[in-house]
Design a binder for this molecule. Structure first.
Ligand SMILES: Nc1nc2c(c(=O)[nH]1)N[C@H]1C(S)=C(S)[C@@H](COP(=O)(O)O)O[C@H]1N2
Ligand SMILES: [Mo]
Length: 519
């Protein structure tokens, strides 16, 4: 695996067996298993996957190595099988080329050599390798090889210390080489093309300073703008793409488009850059969950850029109803053309909360569309926009059971008090957020136990595209209580109490927390 990582320094780390097989697993696992993994491990699912692969590999390698003591071909065949899986995974990744077979091949070759070395020092296989039955009598001493080589059995000269020392040194060397190769791969992006080298221009259309009263001052309530370090991250990549922004291009093509390529500088230097506050939400967010965040984005207005290359929305007779965004890692995301051109602030974002887009959040460029879940709008590490139809193409998540189109469902969440809190009787400030991007929040209501709904106090609105904080002063009486929240948006839709899971197009239900009030 370590030598394969060195090979990956030539081909790109995505082609190494660890990442290629890991990425293939991410793409192939059935949806229920994936959901279970996210439910159990949250955003640590990637670490768990890679760790799990490591454990499986170590176990299988130990088994193969052990069997190979008796029959060498088992070792070679086992390694060949794993090498073949690595090659297959690397060659079937999106945008792969023949060279991507290299890491698995050199890795397998190194594994064969390592196994030889260790077998030469290892004890001979125990009784299992010694035939019982008619032939067994020939080697009554047990020091002769059962398969007729007639060599003295290694067991005689087995030097446990030497074996452990060599095996340990091999493991340590592998760890160092593998880590070094990975570090090298991640650090070889041209510094001039990294986000550190980018300075964000002042947008022609800046967002006004946050109005008074948008952000409430309640302890334990998350800030109105989610800091980039705390912003949730959801994607399928096991290793975050490191894109050289100077070599990067955005290609726009497809039906009804005058094909065009943009460089990063083309976009940075545009005169129509806009700064907008938009709350992004993941379709996988459970009711009350944290896969939602709010940021101040800077970017190119998407509708303007599309108009510039000739795109017309379907209601103006345009031939494409789907905008497919592709990322450098091969992700495809499908968005209705009518949505991104209906006047909302859909953008190609290159700045997030005053900084160039963090690498984890899509550097150098991503999409953000107010009112659509991330999986149908917010493509990170964007490299291509294709105008097509929903009939002609299904984006990544669609064959995996998620809806083609998925507007964000109006939702609300209680942030404080938390479920585990024990409160003092008296006035308790209940606070949280509610969101209905592209529409806006009309009101929020809170209820205690099975009582009546009370109107909460809304914070000032930033924009209809952002979440809105709210508070409710509750006169808490001793005992166990359940607090429940629901929101109504400006289209007059009140959140349904009916519980639906995230799949296929977003969870529904009311968020509630159970609290204990001390007497
Ligand atoms: N390239 C790529 N872009 C992607 C995804 C992905 O898996 N790959 N996931 C999408 C999903 S499901 C969501 S919710 C948002 C999350 O964006 P964030 O990680 O910046 O919060 O990114 C979207 N863009
Ligand atoms: Mo998502």
């Amino acid at each position: 695996m370590a030598v394969a990582e060195v090979g990956g320094a030539l081909t790109g780390p995505e082609a190494t067996p660890l990442l290629a097989v890991g990425d293939a697993v991410v793409d192939l696992v059935p949806q229920p298993v994936k959901e279970l993994a996210i439910a159990l491990f949250g955003t640590a699912d990637k670490v768990v996957l890679l760790g799990g692969m490591g454990v499986v590999l170590a176990g299988v390698a130990a088994g193969i190595g052990s069997l190979a003591r008796g029959r060498r071909w088992i070792g070679d065949a086992g390694i060949a099988l794993f090498g073949a899986i690595g090659v297959l995974a690397a060659l079937t990744r999106p945008d792969s080329g023949p060279l991507d077979a290299l890491p698995s091949l050199v890795g397998a070759a190194a594994a064969v050599g390592t196994l030889r070395l260790l077998l030469a020092l290892a004890p001979e296989a125990p009784a299992a390798a010694t035939p019982t039955g008619p032939m067994a009598g020939d080697t009554a001493s047990g020091f002769e090889d059962g398969d007729g080589h007639g060599e003295p059995r290694a067991r005689v000269g087995f030097d446990r210390r030497r074996f452990v020392a060599v095996a340990g040194a091999t493991a340590a060397l592998s760890g160092a080489v593998g880590t070094g190769a990975r570090w090298y791969s991640s650090s070889r992006v041209d510094p001039a093309g990294t986000r550190e080298a980018v300075s964000l221009p002042r947008p022609a259309s800046p967002a006004p300073p946050l109005a008074d009263g948008v952000e409430l001052d309640v302890a334990d309530q998350p800030p109105f703008f989610t800091p980039n370090e705390d912003f949730y991250r959801i994607d399928t990549v096991l290793s975050v793409p490191r894109i050289d922004a100077r070599a990067w291009r955005l290609r726009v093509h497809g039906r009804g488009v005058t094909e065009r390529e943009y460089t990063f500088d083309d976009l940075l230097n545009r005169s129509d850059l806009a700064e907008r506050d938009i709350t992004l939400a993941c379709v996988s967010n459970q009711v009350g969950g944290s896969l939602v965040g709010n940021a101040r984005w800077i970017g190119v207005p998407l509708a303007g850029l599309l108009r510039e290359v000739g795109v017309r929305p379907p209601d103006e007779g345009g031939p494409a109803d789907q905008l497919v965004s592709r990322s450098s890692d091969g992700m495809t995301i499908g968005t209705p053309v009518s949505d991104v051109m209906d006047g909302r602030d859909a953008m190609l974002a290159l700045g997030m909360n005053g900084e160039p887009l963090p690498v984890r959040h899509g550097f150098p460029l991503r999409m953000v569309v107010p009112g659509l879940y991330g999986y149908v709008s917010a493509c990170k590490w964007l490299v291509e926009l294709e105008l097509t139809t929903f009939d002609a193409f299904d984006a990544y998540w669609v064959p995996r059971g998620w809806s083609r189109e998925a507007p964000v469902k109006t939702q609300s969440r209680i942030d404080t008090p938390g479920g585990a809190d024990t409160l003092d009787a008296g006035t308790v400030t209940v606070a949280g957020v509610a969101w209905a991007q592209n529409v806006g929040i009309e009101n929020v209501e809170v209820r205690v136990d099975e009582g009546v709904w009370h109107e909460a106090t809304l914070a000032a609105e930033d924009t209809a595209d952002t979440w809105r904080q709210w508070t409710f002063e509750w006169d808490a009486s001793p005992g166990e209580h359940r607090l429940t929240v629901r929101a109504t948006d400006r289209d007059g839709r009140t959140q349904t109490a009916e519980e639906a899971p995230p799949s296929p197009n977003g969870a529904t239900g009311h968020h509630s927390v159970d609290v204990t009030v001390a007497s």
